[in-house]
Design a protein around this ligand. Structure first.
Ligand code: SF4
Length: 178
């Protein structure tokens, strides 16, 4: 399929599917998360073919939610992920390793506003972001036309506390970008 068509489909899912999803979610609030997850999946599917359209050595940004950090950790990783002591109690340690290995900057945001600020300031060619369904769907919509690939977090302790993610899924996406 022509690259232009993928751009067109992205435009359509952001400006037509997303508002429709918002409306359906408003009418059936219990179905909100599955709809948001579908929007994220469609977005991701359309982004993969566009990777080959990125410039040589694309500027990539990894964007993480603060809730991935172990709740009792005292280190201020929102300032810099380098402040992590790599104790291994949460996946932030894995991202310190990824940043060291790939030199891809990792930003940890405490909310959607700061996540959007990080994208506006860095102006990356491609963002790999992790968050819950709601934050990812909103973030992908707000950041458009920036390319934001979304990876859902896992919430074994409920929302917003000691969340985690599938690091292999993250690495697989970075592999495609290298
Ligand atoms: S891995 Fe880093 S961020 Fe996570 S608890 Fe340990 S020191 Fe804190």
């Amino acid at each position: 399929m022509k690259i232009k068509l993928y751009f067109l489909f992205r435009f359509l899912i952001v400006y037509f599917f997303y508002p429709l999803m918002q409306l359906v979610s408003f009418i059936f609030p219990k179905r909100r998360e599955p709809w948001q997850a579908l929007f994220i999946k469609l977005n991701n599917t359309l982004l993969f073919p566009l990777i080959k359209n990125l410039p040589l050595n694309p500027k990539i940004l990894i964007l993480l939610p603060h809730c991935l950090q172990f709740d009792d950790c005292v280190f201020r990783i929102t300032k810099s992920i380098k402040n992590c002591a790599s104790c291994g109690k949460c996946v932030i340690k894995d991202f310190v390793d990824i940043q060291d290995k790939t030199k891809i900057p990792v930003a940890v945001a405490t909310g959607g506003t700061l996540a959007r600020k990080a994208i506006r300031e860095e102006r990356p060619d491609f963002v790999v972001a992790c968050a819950c369904e709601r934050d990812l769907a909103t973030g992908i919509y707000d950041a458009y036309p920036f390319m934001v690939y979304g990876i859902l977090n896992k919430r074994p302790n409920g929302p917003c506390v000691n969340t985690t993610l599938d690091i292999k899924e993250f690495e697989a996406v970075l592999e495609k970008l290298s």
